[in-house]
Design a protein around this ligand. Structure first.
Ligand code: PEP
Length: 252
């Protein structure tokens, strides 16, 4: 079912005591306030188990920031889907632009990671989006089409129905520059239409498509009010309770 979602990606931020303070604050916030969206948090992998314990009975779901495409074995430094499942995670981000930029991830890797998560019964949040150069040269629709088609290429329609997509223009991530609500809506509608053409309208209507890229309390409401935008993937502003709760309240 299509859901409204606000997901926080903490990236490589916060020491353990700092992370505990933020998790406890979020937990208190969620207990005190009824929200009109699901809340997901993707802390550094070292803190996943603690996050799961602190968020118990709050409804806040815990996601990993990345997983290995391999199931287990000699892959030093990696974490597997079964590991995140065994500490209670709901899923993982896949192919975040920083994984693409600094770790050479492609949509072929994304495809295998998405499949690995789905096979384990977990939810992938698949990230796509164009660079500034690609947007300036008018290639953004083609780029997002190619990314999405490759990443979903081996999935059945039933599997596609279970994924979440986060459209994140690379030029808007961590830069303070946000796509206008119209720019974001245009490409979200394009992605939903791509899914509809390939897998059917019912499936396209079920999928949550999140926007990511410098979402703040000041612009969240307008972005979330667009018909094909079902929430946000939030980086910098997920690190402060006041900012993150302000974004969640964009759904009120
Ligand atoms: C992100 O990391 O997915 C992101 C959107 O970051 P920011 O909100 O800081 O732009």
């Amino acid at each position: 079912m299509r859901k409204n979602i606000v997901a926080g990606n903490w990236k490589m931020n916060k020491t353990f005591p700092e992370a505990e303070i933020l998790m406890n604050g979020l937990s208190e916030y969620k207990k005190r306030n009824s929200t009109n969206c699901e809340i997901y948090i993707a802390p550094p992998s070292l803190y996943l188990e603690t996050a799961k314990k602190i968020f118990q009975n709050t409804g806040i779901e815990v996601f990993a920031q990345d997983i290995s495409e391999h199931i287990f074995g000699a892959y030093t430094g990696e974490i597997s889907v079964e590991m995140i499942k065994s500490v209670g995670c709901s899923g993982s981000l896949v192919a975040h632009s920083e994984r693409r930029q600094y770790h050479g991830e492609t949509d072929r890797h994304a495809n295998r990671k998405i499949k690995t998560l789905l096979d384990a019964g977990l939810t992938p949040i698949y990230c796509n989006g164009e660079t500034l150069e690609q947007r300036k040269s008018g290639k953004h629709f083609d780029v997002v089409k190619n990314q999405t088609e490759t990443a979903l290429s081996t999935l059945s329609p039933e599997e596609v129905a279970k994924i979440i997509i986060a459209y994140e223009p690379v030029w808007a991530i961590g830069t303070g520059e946000t796509a206008t609500p119209e720019q974001a809506q245009e490409i979200h509608a394009f992605i939903r239409n791509l899914i509809a053409e390939k897998y059917g309208k019912n499936i396209a209507d079920e999928i949550s498509i999140l926007y990511g890229g410098s979402v703040k309390p000041e612009n969240a409401k307008e972005i979330f009010s667009q018909p094909d935008i079902d929430g946000g993937l939030i980086g910098g502003a997920s690190l402060k309770i006041e900012d993150f709760s302000g974004i969640i309240e964009g759904f009120n």
